[in-house]
Design a protein around this ligand. Structure first.
Ligand code: GDP
Length: 410
């Protein structure tokens, strides 16, 4: 099976929030828009898979996947489950290792809450790029700009609104897209509700212009070529602005900021677009470093299919039917079902049995996994933190360290 999605169109992301801010609702809505709908009879990988899923259904077993694959505009998002409570320090570290970028969900009334603050520190420590989504814009007291101030004050970050809300509370109807200076207005509250592009409401034109100017200034400040253009009075295109914001987000200089209400299905599609536009693909990341266990020398692996295979097991779950399921993130190379690999930190050869990709409501058996992607192996005897590696080109990736949480829970 050839590579289905090019590596630059992969996004390994986590969705992080203080409890009750709307992480579950946002994730569900994202899966609604991006989930691969499963039709029985369309899977040809063999009866075993089907039987297994049928049995699972009959027994009513549902196991939360550590990673769910989702699709948006030709991109594949691997949504990595992140724990809600920071006191599970080890769990946070595991998920932080596997993901490349984070959607931070804030509540429009409460703003930055203690768990977001603690998780933000974790994300700093692991150098993860972020975008901010201000949810619950329909709530009484919703205050997008208050959350903006809060992010600056409490998190010391540089948020950059790329939208401003149109209305608030009951009258929250859409957002102004500050790149294109158009209003995006939803036509209803249903799932999948369409939106239309309209002119910015007259009473918001000045405010939109003010925030566009702030956005442009924040972006050009991070890019020398654009600064020159800006002060030279030259026109800067939307593409140039987005490209520079992407770079600044990946370098963790800026945090693009959006808003909506997950509950009422407003704002999810632009949020997904922002994930594609601003969060990194595995190709944007530096090569991983590790040690060759035979020579003790440090080696690197680039995020390319042509490099020797290496992957990190970041979550091992007991599945009542399948047995042990090992979620792994491939950093380089390709692994196929049936391959013999090395658990390099233990010097153990093992055979990769079946490989699964987890979707919102089904599991797909796949034959190989390529650089940058995440999948689950059935039947491996591995533990979290193990390096899975090419047999002949062994590498042990940096050990999973479990640092102390940076701040205590309030
Ligand atoms: P989590 O704890 O962060 O996963 O939060 P949930 O997604 O479970 O949401 C917490 C509560 O807020 C639930 O009752 C949701 O229905 C509600 N909720 C989520 N999003 C919104 C929203 O945009 N507006 C309003 N008014 N309520 C929301």
């Amino acid at each position: 099976m050839p590579r289905q999605v090019p590596i630059e169109k992969l996004r390994n992301i986590g969705i992080v929030a203080h409890i009750d801010a709307g992480k579950t609702t946002t994730t569900e809505r994202i899966l609604f828009y991006t989930g691969k709908t499963y039709k029985i009879g369309e899977v040809h990988e063999g009866a075993a898979t089907m039987d297994w899923m049928e049995q699972e259904k009959e027994r009513g077993i549902t196991i939360t996947a550590a990673t769910t694959a989702a699709y948006w505009k030709g991109y594949q998002l691997n949504i990595i489950d992140t724990p809600g409570h920071v006191d599970f320090g080890v769990e946070v570290v595991r998920s932080m290792k596997a993901l490349d970028g984070i959607v931070f969900v804030f509540a429009s009334v409460e703003g930055v809450q203690p768990q977001s603050e603690a998780n933000w520190r974790w994300a700093d420590r692991f150098q993860k790029p972020r975008i901010a989504f201000v949810n619950k814009m329909d709530r009484v007291g919703a205050n997008f700009f208050g959350v903006y101030e809060d992010i600056i004050k409490k998190l010391g970050a540089k948020p950059v609104p790329i939208q401003i809300p149109i209305g608030a509370e009951d009258s929250f109807i859409g957002v102004v897209d500050l790149f294109n200076m158009k209003a995006i207005v939803w036509d209803g509250d249903e799932l999948g509700a369409k939106f239309s592009e309209k002119e910015i409401p007259a009473e918001l034109v000045d405010l939109a212009q003010e925030w566009r100017e702030k956005m442009v200034e924040a972006i050009v400040e991070t890019d020398e070529a654009l600064i020159d253009k800006y002060f030279g009075g030259e026109e800067i295109t939307v593409e140039e602005l987005k490209k520079a914001l992407r770079k600044a987000t990946i370098n963790r200089e800026l945090v693009p900021m959006l808003c909506g209400t997950a509950f009422k299905n407003k704002g999810i599609q632009p949020l997904l677009d922002a994930v594609l536009d601003f969060l990194p693909s595995p190709l944007d990341l530096p090569p991983v470093k590790g040690t060759n266990p035979n020579t003790g020398q440090e080696e690197e692996r680039k995020p390319l299919d042509t490099e020797p295979f290496c992957a990190l097991a970041f979550k091992v779950m007991a599945d009542p039917y399948a047995g042990q399921v090992t979620y792994f993130r491939v950093y380089s190379g390709v692994v196929k079902a049936g391959d013999t690999i090395l658990i390099a930190n233990k010097g153990q050869k093992q055979r990769v049995g079946r490989i699964l990709r987890m979707h919102a409501n089904q599991r797909e058996e796949i034959t190989e996994v390529y650089a940058g992607d995440i999948a689950a192996a059935v039947g491996l005897d591995a533990v979290t933190g193990d390096t899975l590696s090419d047999e002949k080109r062994p590498i042990v990736l940096e050990k999973m360290d479990f640092p102390e949480p940076v701040i205590a829970m309030a």
